[in-house]
Structure formats: C-alpha cells, structure tokens
Design a protein around this ligand. Structure first.
Ligand code: P6P
Length: 335
C-alpha cells in the first residue's frame, strides 16, 4: 500500500509504537476526535440549509455570542470523549470551567485531559468561510484515580503529548502530531474515511505571506507596526503577500503549506491579544515547532509559558522560523 492510500486508522496503528505513553488510550482518543470531526463536518456542510445558523441566544465566557454550531460542536466532542471513557477531564472555549469525567466505576483511571476550541472562527459560519476544531492533549499530573484538578489543565504547552486541528474547508482535513512530525488526512465524505494526503508536513524554507488583521494597525505595538512595514517594503523577496481569512485554522494551514506567518498581537482593546493560550496557541505552536516553524508571544516561546488561568489570552506570532525571528527582532528593538 502506498503511503498516500493509507487511512487514518492504519496510520494510527502503524505509528502507535512511536508514542511513548499508553498507545491504546491515545489511539482511542484520536479515534474519538476523528469520529466527532465527521459528525461536526456533516452539520457544518449543511449549515446553510437548516435553521442552525445564527446565535444560540447565549454568551460564552469570552462574552461572544454563541453560534448554534459552536454549541452543537462542543456537545458532539464532549459526548464522544465522555462516552468512550478515554479522558479524565475536558476544557473547552465554550465551557466556563473544566469538566471532570467520573468513570462508570467512579474511580476514573484515565490518564489524559483534552482542551479544545470546538469550532474556531465561528463568526465565519454565516458567510460560508472555513472554520475549524482545535484540540490539545496532556497526560494528567495529579494522581490517577483522583478527581482531576485545574493543575492538570494549566500545564505549559511543551507538556502536550498530542495536538491538532480539523479544518472544515473546501475539503475536510485532520492535521495532528503526537510529537513525531505533523501529518494531514483528508476526509473522503462518500465513505467517511480519512486518507493520508499530507505526510510529514513542514513549513517551506522561506515564507512570503503575512496574516494579520491590519484593521487593528493603529492599536498595534511599535514593533509590530515596523514589521508590517518591513513586509510591505520593495526589497529582496518583498513585498510579501497579505492573506487573512479570519479563521486561525485556515490561515495557519495555508501558511504551513505555502510558507508564512500568522500574528494576532496585543492591541489597546485587547492588551493580551485575542487568542487563547491553552486551546488555540499551544496546540498550534506544538504543530508549528514539529513542522520546523516557531511560535512566540513576541518575546517568549509560546510552549514555555506557564498558564495561570483556563481562558487566558496571549499575543501570538506563529509560522516560518525566520519570519517569527524577524518579527521578534522588531519587538525587541522597541521593547
Ligand atoms: P479578528 C476567530 O474568532 C479567531 O479566534 C481566529 O480564528 C481568527 O484568526 C481571529 O479570531 C480573527 O479575529 O479580530 O481579526 O476578527
């Protein structure tokens, strides 16, 4: 069988020996996410046809209107993870606090916690632009069998054992890493099977795309303003191309394939930026580093940051190593 025809299921079995922890549990975990992704994909693809658009009338912890698909996706992932009894805890952008999972035998022996943004970029749903699910997996650090605590979720991103995203775009893909390289699988919706379509994804050596919401330019730190002007100068391989979809998963996915940098800096209205450290920045940073890229808050490695709260935000700069390092040099110069 050629590498390209390999299904996600076959890939997981072949690779599970590489996973230094209990591979059976991780396999069940990734399979659970795979199934939930197919279910959400089905609803996302028909969102325009049924009355599932618009807000659910509630607000999430971010104070943002919850789109019905946000609520739906959150429920689908939580149900799939709980029913398979694979995790001891779940944190979600759509949940104010973490969810402790009691096993049937009331003594949950599971070792993993999952943090997720069940449907990132949801503001794009009504205008038919790609959205995505982002997930991050850790081993618990409190004793197995005891109730999970906030400490199990507030681990630095370098402790992740796996992370990835599902992009519901022109095709649906799951892209993930268990620490050894990044691999992308494309869903064949006719048979509901994911096939290995992007083995060992790596950022190209050079990147020429910058992705930022320039509408916030006047509120950016001086170093970011200088970097944007640097990207726009006529010089060497510049001006770069500006591409911003407004959906982190889609912008990141394109930049990892074509080469580029995505950044959501601090602004005067969001002094810590907009993106959440635990279930957006850390998983994307985990993937970026394993694809030869870099992820920073402008000064520090994202994966080294010790979280202090579940929904904390950080400024986020992520993509080709040379592009992130050039941006960091502008930030340092203006520190
Ligand atoms: P803005 C979507 O809400 C999101 O979290 C990311 O997916 C996206 O990159 C960013 O926010 C867009 O934010 O302020 O540019 O609309």
């Amino acid at each position: 069988m050629t590498q390209q025809n390999k299904t996600l299921g076959e890939f997981i079995i072949n690779k599970q020996s590489e996973f230094k922890y209990s591979s059976g549990e991780l396999t069940r975990l990734i399979n659970s996410i795979r199934l939930a992704g197919k279910i959400v994909n089905h609803e996302v693809n028909k969102a325009g046809l049924v009355d599932i658009l618009g807000t659910a009338g509630e607000e999430n912890i971010q104070g943002e209107d919850q789109q019905k698909l946000d609520v739906y996706a959150n429920e689908v992932f939580i149900k799939n993870l709980v029913n398979r009894e694979i995790v001891c805890g779940i944190a979600s952008e759509e949940e104010d606090d973490f969810i402790a999972i009691q096993g049937n035998n009331k003594k949950n022996e599971n070792k993993y916690v999952v943090l997720m943004d069940p449907l990132d970029g949801s503001s794009n749903i009504d205008v038919n632009v790609s959205v995505g699910t982002i997930f991050s997996i850790y081993r618990r650090i409190t004793p197995v069998g005891t109730p999970v605590t906030i400490e199990d979720f507030l681990q630095p991103g370098k402790n992740q054992v796996a992370a990835g995203y599902i992009v519901y775009g022109t095709s649906t893909m799951i892209v993930y890493s268990t620490g050894h390289g990044v691999n992308g699988f494309t869903l064949n919706p006719a048979i509901g099977t994911y096939y290995l379509s992007h083995p060992n994804m790596q950022f190209p050596d050079k990147g020429f795309i910058y992705s930022v919401n320039e509408g916030n330019y006047v509120h950016f730190p001086k170093g970011v303003k200088e970097y944007i002007k640097y990207c726009q100068e006529e010089e060497d391989d510049r001006p770069y191309t500006s591409r911003y979809i407004g959906s982190l998963v889609s912008d990141f996915h394109r930049n990892m394939i074509k080469g580029g940098i995505y950044f959501y800096p601090s602004t005067s209205k969001s002094p810590n930026g907009k993106l959440r450290l635990l279930y957006e920045c850390n998983p994307m940073a985990f993937l970026a580093e394993r694809a030869g890229g870099k992820a920073s808050d402008g000064f520090n490695r994202i994966l080294d940051i010790k979280p202090t709260e579940l929904h904390q935000r950080v400024p986020f700069f992520c993509g080709n190593k040379d592009m992130v390092e050039t941006l960091e040099s502008f930030m340092k110069k203006n520190e």
